[in-house]
Design a binder for this molecule. Structure first.
Ligand code: FES
Length: 106
């Protein structure tokens, strides 16, 4: 379990408790947080779950797969800290993680 802060496109911070093994995408949807579309349901094939990992946490989240890296080329305004939130999985080590959602997913 980790406490994660998700900042939605309007700038509102949501502090949520997330079970280990849950993706950030699923956690955001489960908590009714706006800003994620997740058209493919987490299959890493739509790139509508884009998020930005806070700089302090970039090296602590699980590494992106080659498929995720390819899909990240499809997002609007990609940054070095861009990830697909369906591919970032929460663990105890991520307690305190901060994630920002982009202004638009497509
Ligand atoms: S939900 Fe489709 S790529 Fe993440």
């Amino acid at each position: 379990m980790a406490q994660v802060t998700i900042i939605d496109p309007a700038g509102t911070s949501h502090e949520i408790n997330v079970e280990n093994g849950t993706s950030l995408m699923q956690a955001a949807l489960d908590n009714g947080i706006d800003g994620i579309v997740a058209e493919c349901g987490g299959a890493c094939s739509c790139a509508t779950c884009h998020c930005y990992i806070d700089a302090a946490w970039v090296g602590k989240v699980n590494e992106p797969s080659s498929i995720e890296k390819d899909m990240l080329e499809c997002v609007i305004d990609p940054q070095d800290n861009s990830r697909l939130s369906c591919q970032v999985f929460v663990s105890d080590e991520l307690d305190g993680l901060v994630v920002t959602l982009p202004q638009a997913q497509y």
